[in-house]
Design a protein around this ligand. Structure first.
Ligand SMILES: *[C@@H]1O[C@H](CO)[C@@H](O)[C@H](O)[C@H]1NC(C)=O
Ligand SMILES: *[C@@H]1O[C@H](CO)[C@@H](O)[C@H](O)[C@H]1NC(C)=O
Ligand SMILES: *[C@@H]1O[C@H](CO)[C@@H](O)[C@H](O)[C@H]1NC(C)=O
Length: 384
């Protein structure tokens, strides 16, 4: 695949670490039923969003990292190209250049515009399951997504099946054909102008992370239902185009708040990357901790890959193989007995000044090394 201003956006969110970690409890405890079947997942989702927001204001009681698979929801939003032929979402066993080859796929969701249908299937041990398109629908539409239109698809992991909704309407279900714990990578590809959201949330038995207030101008959102820990490296690949004097911001927000715990802001006009932290939810309340990079590794119309490494004490940034800067986590204002790890759950990206940001890949890597040594090398762009 060529990274260019292509219509095709390939997005892989490698969730190996947290999927293996979080779903570890599932196998031992397979008889455990969360009693979700028979309920309308979208109604549940909406009800929970409201309820849990209230309940969890003061924190929440997750049991370590044992987040069960059931109750996990993937939220994928994007915009389909004009005259699109198809695009697909696949929940695969491994990260693959081409998810259809050599890899098991727990769920493949292919939206075919010329056929007017959405085909669902899986590949287990190389065998493709019977394609479902008119079967197992919970909607009377075969294909509610429009060519040229925007969409939001939610895939909720139930007890024994995925429940899929499109634009807040229930659409179909798909029985598990292989254990969901084997899913390691999600890819969205095809005739799309952009993918603006690939969030993971836990909505059952509790909502986590909390939903943020709507922030304007978000071009990409990526939450995961897992706390970051020292040793966590986030890799973000993308491409910036448009105004060569523009800027964008990667915001590591506080769970459920618009406060930017870490603000990472490449400014093309100043040829510098600025990092800081907000004191509260107000965009004007910046700490005196601002740091600026000496180098500026970004170029308009050239792909970038950022490696953001969380150590015990710092967030270290490298881009395209080169160390850029670091920000001391001690600068972040915290409540009594609060640690940053309890409130850091994902990131969102905002673009300003007519710049366009397309995110092509996000990976979460959890290393054993709390110093994240060698994290720079993770930011060497992939060879396509
Ligand atoms: C896949 O198909 C082959 C050939 O039909 C069969 O031998 C094998 O058992 C199948 N594997 C599974 C997991 O169904
Ligand atoms: C869904 O569709 C497939 C393919 O037609 C069928 O085999 C299956 O029984 C249907 N029902 C469920 C619950 O998966
Ligand atoms: C997605 O692409 C469309 C068309 O190119 C554009 O209008 C829209 O602003 C883009 N959305 C994001 C979030 O980048």
């Amino acid at each position: 695949m060529k990274v260019e201003m292509a219509k095709c956006v390939l997005m892989l969110a490698l969730i190996a670490v947290f999927v293996t970690a979080t779903l570890a409890g599932k196998g031992e405890d397979d008889g455990d039923s969360f009693g979700m079947e028979g309920k309308d997942p979208m109604k549940m989702f909406k009800a929970m969003t409201g309820m849990m927001k209230k309940m969890m204001k003061g924190g929440f009681g997750r049991e370590g990292d044992k987040v069960p698979a059931t109750g996990h929801v993937l939220i994928i939003s994007g915009k389909v190209s004009e005259n699109a032929q198809k695009f697909s979402i696949s929940l695969a066993h491994q990260k693959e250049e081409n998810p259809y080859e050599n890899s098991d796929v727990a769920f493949m969701f292919v939206c075919e515009f010329d056929q007017g249908k959405i085909v669902r299937s899986s590949i287990v041990n190389g065998n493709r399951s019977v394609a479902e398109s008119t079967e197992n629908l919970t909607s009377n539409k075969l294909q509610p997504i429009e060519s040229g239109g925007e969409f939001t698809i939610c895939i909720l992991v139930g007890d024994d099946r995925f429940h899929v909704s499109i634009d807040d309407e229930a659409f179909c279900f798909f029985k598990f054909k292989m254990p969901v714990s084997e899913i390691k990578a999600i890819s969205v590809s095809g005739d799309l102008d952009n993918v603006s959201q690939l969030d993971h949330r836990l909505i059952f038995p509790m909502l986590y992370p909390l939903v943020n207030k709507d922030v304007p101008d978000i071009v990409f959102s990526s939450f995961i239902p897992k706390e970051y820990k020292p040793g966590h490296v986030v890799l973000i690949s993308g491409i910036a185009s448009g105004n060569p004097e523009g800027e964008f911001v990667i915001m590591f927000n506080e769970n459920g708040r618009s406060r930017q715990l870490i603000h990472l802001n490449p400014r093309f006009d100043q040829q510098s990357v600025v990092m800081n932290t907000m004191l509260d939810d107000d965009e004007s309340s910046w700490a005196d901790a601002e740091v600026q990079s000496q180098i500026f590794p970004f170029e308009i119309n050239k792909p970038f890959k950022i490696s953001a490494a969380f150590t015990d004490s710092d967030l270290k940034i490298a881009t395209n193989g080169q160390y850029v800067m670091s920000f001391s986590l001690k600068q972040i204002e915290l409540g009594d007995d609060q640690t940053i790890w309890e409130i850091l759950t994902g990131f969102q990206i905002k673009a300003g000044e007519d710049i366009k940001i397309q995110i092509t890949q996000v990976e979460h890597v959890e290393t054993e090394d709390k110093d994240c040594q060698g994290f720079e090398s993770c930011s060497v762009p992939n060879i396509y």
